[in-house]
Design a protein around this ligand. Sequence first.
Ligand code: AMP
Length: 225
Amino acid sequence: MRIVFIGPPGAGKGTQAALLCEKFKIPQISTGDILRTAIKENTPLGLKAKEIMDRGDLVSDEIIIDLIKERIVEPDCRHGYLFDGVPRTIPQAETLESQNIHFDYVIELIVDDNKIVERITGRRVHPESGRTYHIKFNPPKRANKDDLTGDDLIQREDDKEETVKKRLAVYHNQTAPLIHFYKQWEAEDRHNAPKYIPINGEGDVTAIHNNLVKLLTNTQLIAKS
Ligand code: AMP
């Protein structure tokens, strides 16, 4: 089971990815998380990435490909993996393919831009643990305090409204063309191309997950027949 998740920032990729990984017992590989860890640990990569991420821009394809090549050789990737937030550009997709990093499914999580802005700008994080809340959809018990520690919550720099709008523009310009790329590939070479699965990402988290599992199962059955 080798899966790629594509969708705008804040579409719920991370949440849905975690649920699928649990179900299929595969690791979730999130380049955003790897970069945020590097920033927290003040590594040279973190120092390079921080400013770019805070602006809402993409870090270079070279950095991302190196991260992935390092991660994919870990033993937990032997039976599959789920890529969350990568590839993010057509060159990244082409390079992964040329490096023999293949996928069986490309899942597009579809969410309207206005919903995205509401979702992301309301997000609050407990920086120590990474626990996340939403001021409207999943508020902490006490306003702006972590439920377990009582520490202050923060808004990630790249979750601020201006940055979110920038990230959406970057998504539409650089990442959304991947959908055409994968669809075209499937149309030309149904047997070797990953299967493209679009899914509505608005609504209840569990309902979306169940729908996704159903779609994946049906696609597997069709592919085998
Ligand atoms: P995410 O958590 O996936 O939304 O990623 C947060 C930020 O990390 C993005 O806005 C980019 O600056 C950077 N990033 C994560 N994945 C990639 C990628 N595949 N290519 C380029 N930049 C990335």
